[in-house]
Design a protein around this ligand. Structure first.
Ligand code: MF3
Ligand code: CO
Ligand code: CO
Length: 263
């Protein structure tokens, strides 16, 4: 069941999104070689609580931490550890969900640790471009398949693999609501996008093939071919017929068709 949000509910989700944006901006600036993924977890956890929020990944289906920190061939759900140090040349995806006043926001970025290879930089850039190409399809009257089709077309044009096992999702009072928002699919297919819908678009793109598996920790998803992967996510609301980026407060579309593509 898809829960459409009214203006009052959207205002609540906007506040949650803006808090998460502040937290992730600070986390981005905090990340440095040598620190552990648990240092990032602790920083983010404290910052969420200081802002009046609750880190909702902690305890979600017994997940043991407040952030997901996934390095190189880890696609998503990497569990923070005091034993994992950030190494120059790695890429790390930091995926965080919080609740403010009972309303959820969910966002992820992939960052470079020190100097990285041209190939990894390109993967990060294209994954962000995939996000924007998908996001600009989130228009009243379009369909969910338009988003996945845009993401898949761009990723595969670069020879990358689109992870199929995990998808974007509706969001609201719950972290995961309907509809599912796959990063692959056919234009013109799937649920019709409507005013008041709130969902996360989150391309998970591998440099190599798309197949993944779960590690024995029961959480971490890694690529089968151990190629590096990038992940980029925002929470979106369809307001005034356009995608409003709840977790990127200052962003405005230049016009109804033209998204801002990373360079
Ligand atoms: N933030 C994730 C998402 O994008 C969910 C995290 S799973 C958890 O859907 F177990 F860490 F909570
Ligand atoms: Co997320
Ligand atoms: Co999500």
């Amino acid at each position: 069941m898809i829960v459409l949000k009214n203006d009052w509910q959207l205002a609540k989700m906007r506040s949650a999104g803006h808090l998460l944006h502040d937290v992730l901006c600070e986390a981005k600036a905090f990340i440095a070689p040598g620190m552990t993924t648990m240092d990032i977890n602790d920083f983010v956890d404290e910052r969420i609580r200081k802002g009046g929020g609750i880190p909702t990944e902690l305890g979600y289906m017994d997940y043991p931490a407040s952030v997901c920190a996934s390095i190189d061939d880890e696609v998503v759900h990497g569990i923070p550890s005091r034993h994992v140090h950030l190494k120059e040349g790695s890429i790390i995806s930091i995926d965080v969900t919080l609740a403010l006043d009972g309303w959820q926001a969910d966002s992820c970025f992939t960052a470079a640790i020190g100097e990285i290879s041209k190939e990894k930089a390109e993967l990060m850039c294209v994954t962000e471009e995939c996000f924007w190409l998908g996001a600009r399809q989130a228009l009243h009257g379009n369909r969910i398949g338009d988003i996945g089709h845009a993401v898949q077309t761009h990723a595969e044009a670069h020879g990358y693999g689109v992870v199929r096992d995990l998808t974007g999702h509706g969001i609201g009072r719950e972290m995961h609501e309907d509809p599912s928002v796959p990063n692959f699919g056919e234009a013109g297919h799937g649920v019709r996008i409507r005013q008041g819908m709130t969902f996360c678009i989150e391309p998970m793109i591998a440099m190599g093939r798309w197949q993944v598996h779960e590690l024995s920790d029961g959480w971490t998803i890694v690529t089968n071919d151990h190629s590096p992967a990038a992940h980029y996510e925002h929470t979106i609301a369809v307001t005034n017929g356009l995608p409003e980026l709840l977790t990127l407060p200052d962003f405005r579309w230049k016009d109804s068709q033209e998204g801002e593509i990373c360079v």
